[in-house]
Design a protein. Structure first.
Length: 153
């Protein structure tokens, strides 16, 4: 094996490993991806917003400008400080969960509401799994809601 082949193999290995470490999961929404990355790596400017856009939604060229208008102008963590927060109640049950509830009459629907805890924005407990979005979307899944900010004091 020549030195060039070794370098090519090493570069390929590093590229694949980095995608596994910081790559979005299939169907993962932007906000769940940011929450996961910030929990693992911390805030490093708009690095993860740009990476999500480049890998999942390359046609969303105005993503940073849209987030900036919403209040996240400079870095990834501002998405949680100014733009989105976890819903205080779980999203409506749909899809397979609703079908399972129809079959199991003993299933208590309140069991689905306790997984968020009293203060979901404290991140004290585990974050619910991403509800998923279509490929190419930069919208949040149903776990998230816009933060209310009064415009005038």
């Amino acid at each position: 094996m020549t030195n060039d082949e070794i370098l090519d193999d090493a570069e390929l290995f590093l590229a694949r490993t980095s995608l596994r470490l910081i790559g979005p999961l299939p169907g993962e929404c932007l906000v769940c991806y940011l929450a996961r990355m910030l929990g693992e790596w911390g805030c490093q400017g708009p690095r993860f917003i740009d990476h999500y856009r480049d890998t999942v939604a390359p046609r969303a060229t105005a993503l940073r400008e849209r987030l900036s208008r919403m209040g996240a102008c400079c870095c990834d963590c501002e998405v949680f400080l100014n733009v989105y927060e976890l819903r205080r109640e779980p999203p409506p049950i749909g899809g397979i969960e609703r079908i399972l509830m129809d079959f199991d009459e003993d299933l208590d629907p309140d069991e689905f509401g306790d997984e968020f805890g009293d203060e979901p924005t404290s991140w004290g407990g585990e974050r619910p799994p991403c509800q998923g979005v279509r490929r190419g979307s930069t919208q949040p899944c149903t776990n998230w809601q816009r933060q209310y900010r009064a415009r005038y004091w």
